[in-house]
Write a protein that binds this ligand. Sequence first.
Ligand code: NAP
Length: 396
Amino acid sequence: MLRNSLRRLSSVVTLRARPPPNTAVTSACFTITNDAPPSSLEPHQLRCTTLLLSVDPFLRCRFNADPGVAYTSAYEIDAPIASAGLGVVTETTAEGFEPGDLVLEPFDAWPWADEVVLDASRVARVPRALPLLLPPSSLLGVVGQVGLTAYCGLHHHCAAPPADGDVLVVSGAAGAVGSAVGQLARRSGAAVVGICGTDAKADALLDLGFSSAVNYRSESLAADLDAALDGREVTHYFDNVGGDLSDLVISRMRAEGTVILCGQIASYDSDVPYPPPLPSATADLVRERRISRERYLVLDHKAHFAAALAEVAALVAGGELRTPETRYEGGAGGAADAFVSMMGGGNLGKALVEGAAAPPAWVRAAEAARSALPPRWRERLCRKYVTAEALAAFVS
Ligand code: NAP
């Protein structure tokens, strides 16, 4: 009896304290406890074990009392931290779900706990055939908000998307969004220079097909960037970072070039407005060269989500768009350290946390069958059977 009740305890991560002003989130911001989940379900609820949690830079604003954005809310002190997540239903009072189903919360409401109780309206059920064609984890990455951010930023936010002969620079290039941006821009024919934080990441970018890659921590950064550009001007800058790095890239831009102002992670731990104002020399340059630099928010492009997801899903199924991932261990309790690590550059590709439970047998069998299918078949089957409408259910 004692053993059973101990086994039912679930690791839960709650917010102990907000980071002080102009300070990064540290382990001191979190409390990790072992709690007993609710013993019974209300109508229309699901009890789930957590398989994967997503850790994303945009969650940083939720640690502030005022997140400063309309699309998400602040974490409450002593309440669970939450993000996008994927898990397995173990008990249900909701129609349309059964134990063993894989379910996804695609944005910001899966609590960081190994066992959770969720309202069924918050999640989408993953069709059982889907893991035959796509890794389920990709729904938290490239076949989800990450891929949409890359795809819509390139194809819908830009008045003139990158094409043959163009030169695109992407910062945060070895992260989830950046690694997808570079691969997609290469498919459009543009030369792509990726900027990232270590030499090992730069090597990984070359392996993904980037034309060249630069480590922004190098003392010869400006010279390295110039060598990578080889006399060409930058036509597109997909900016995930901001700060001094972006001033440097913008100084190498062509007149009437485009900055896709996606993120400014270099300032997420500073109490400055978003986006932070440019230094006057860079602002002058943007004006004089008539560089477009509109703020980009993927959620403004919902009309394109279904078609964009169908395209990236087919590319992933066919192995043409690779999906690097960094998996953090330690169960849901490991998400606290994973978030701190990701903000400091500990990840290559999408940062994910593995829950304490293993995937169910049917998912493991589907994953094995998928890897035995030739990529071209997977892509064809994906284009034929995985409809844009079905995929749209996986994004909020
Ligand atoms: P990610 O790139 O996978 O992870 C964050 C990366 O940022 C780290 O791995 C680190 O890599 C880099 N980084 C951290 N601090 C830095 C600094 N001071 N200078 C330079 N690089 C730094 O995260 P993601 O989910 O793909 O998000 C990337 C960006 O897209 C973020 O800015 C995010 O806010 C933004 N985003 C925007 C939208 C939108 O709608 N506009 C949607 C989703 C995401 P290094 O090792 O290279 O330093």
